[in-house]
Design a protein around this ligand. Sequence first.
Ligand SMILES: [Ca+2]
Length: 126
Amino acid sequence: MHDPRRFVATQCRLAAALLLAVAALNTGCISTDRTVYREEPRMKVEFENDTAARIFYEAEANMRDRHERTESRTEVSIPVVFDHKERVVTGDTIAFNQAVRRCDTNGDGRITEQEARIFAEQVAKP
Ligand SMILES: [Ca+2]
């Protein structure tokens, strides 16, 4: 009734299947890790006067020193099979444009001394 040779063959097949599964787990993982640098054209901006320009550029540099540049990370992971990491780093121009948009409160493309002062005050706050 019970064939010992058949039993051994089944055991061997099971062991082989297990080995294959382990091999697949070790090599079957797709892993990607990339960094994307984003950049956009620099916005054209006018200044009411030299003081407005000076205040704006100082505040903008101050903002960059404090690492206010945006950085986003995306991570998609399906355990064992798929692992994807993406890091988006925005360039200096994007940081500059963000500063312009934030500073030019009425959006007329011209930064007045008053707008520059308000922006500088906002940036100076911790
Ligand atoms: Ca303006």
